[in-house]
Design a binder for this molecule. Sequence first.
Ligand SMILES: Cc1cc2nc3c(=O)[nH]c(=O)nc-3n(C[C@H](O)[C@H](O)[C@H](O)COP(=O)(O)OP(=O)(O)OC[C@H]3O[C@@H](n4cnc5c(N)ncnc54)[C@H](O)[C@@H]3O)c2cc1C
Ligand code: SF4
Length: 327
Amino acid sequence: MRHFDYSRADSVDQAVATYAQSDAASFLAGGTNLLDMVKIDIMRPELMVDIHRLGLNNIETLDDGRLRVGALVTNTALARDATVKADYTVLSEALLSGASTQLRNKATTGGNMMQRVRCPYFRDGVSDCNKRDPGSGCSAIGGYNRSVHAVLGTSDQCIATYPSDMSVAMAAIGATVSVTGPDGSREIDFLDFHLLPGDKPWEEFALKDNELITHVTLDAPIQGAKSAYLKLRDRSSYQFALASSAVIVSLDGNTIRDARIAMGGVATKPWRAKQAEDALKGQPATEQTFARAAQIAMQDAKGYKHNAFKIPLGQQAIIRNLTTLTA
Ligand SMILES: Cc1cc2nc3c(=O)[nH]c(=O)nc-3n(C[C@H](O)[C@H](O)[C@H](O)COP(=O)(O)OP(=O)(O)OC[C@H]3O[C@@H](n4cnc5c(N)ncnc54)[C@H](O)[C@@H]3O)c2cc1C
Ligand code: SF4
C-alpha cells in the first residue's frame, strides 16, 4: 500500500489550486477506474483531490438547443435523463451497454472520458509498455492482441483500443469539452480531446497540466434523426466492445439526408468516420449503400496477428446498425 494524501475540494478554483500543489495529483471522481489503477500499482498519485462537492451534477438544455452535462453527472443519471433518452438515444444506449449498474451509479462523465486502456500488458505492471513506461516497447504488437487492440489509429508504439462506450456516442453527436486550469477556462472539440498514440502513447488526452473537466456540451440534436449504439462483444454484458458503432441518421423518404457514424472497440480513440458519412448522404437507404459506407469506414484499417477479424466485424457493426435504424 502506497501512501497518498487526500483533499476534498469545495469549488472548481480550489480543486485546481490544490491539484497544482503536487507533481503527482489525481482528481477523484467516481474512482471506478482511478482506484482500480492505484490498486494494481499502475497509477501512483501522491495526492487525490476529491471533486464530488463541486456541484457539477446538472444536465441543462441551453438556449441554442445544445445539452450541457456537468462532469460529475453519473453514467446512470445521464443514461436515464429524459432529454438524453429522447434526443440522444445513442448516448443513453452506449452508457447502458457499459460496465454494470453498480459501476454506472458511481462512474461520472469526466471520469468515463479519462478512463485508461484495458491492454493486459499495460495493466500487468511488468511487460514492456510504452504507455506505462515510455521507450520500453510494445508487448502487444508481437504478442496476444485479439480483443482490446485496435485496427484503426494505431502506431508502431501502441495499438491499445480506447475503451469508453460513452465517448464513442459523444464523438458521433459532436460535443465541446469545457476545462478549467490555473490559466483560466477553455474549450476543446470533443474529437480533439483523445489523442492518437503516435510516437508518444503516454500522452492520451488534450488536457494541459492541472486542468479539470467541468462540462461536456453536446451539439443540438439533428431534427427528425434516429440514433442507436450497437456493441459487439464476446459476452453480452459486463464486457468491453470488440467493435461498436454509434449511428445517427435522418431520412427524406428513402433517401439519407444526414448521417453521423463513430466507432469503438476497433480504434485507439473514439473514431468518427466522416468519409463514410459523406458516402451515405443523398444516397438511397439500401444495403448496398450501407456496405459501401462500412467499407470506406474501415478502408485504412490494419489488422494484427489476432485481431484482423475486427475489420469485417467493424463493417458489420455499421451495416447492422444502419439497417435496423432505417427499416
Ligand atoms: C469491471 C469494469 C467493467 C467496465 N466496463 C466498461 C464498459 O463496458 N464500457 C465502458 O465504457 N467503461 C467500462 N468500464 C469503465 C468505467 O466506465 C470507468 O471506470 C468509469 O467511467 C470512470 O469514471 P469515474 O468517475 O469512476 O472515474 P475515476 O476513476 O474517478 O477517474 C478516472 C480518471 O479520470 C480523471 N478524472 C475524473 N474526473 C475528472 C475531471 N472532471 N477532470 C479531469 N480528470 C478527471 C481521474 O483523475 C482519473 O485519472 C468498466 C470498469 C470496470 C471496473
Ligand atoms: S498496446 Fe499500448 S498499452 Fe498495450 S503494451 Fe503496447 S504500448 Fe502498452
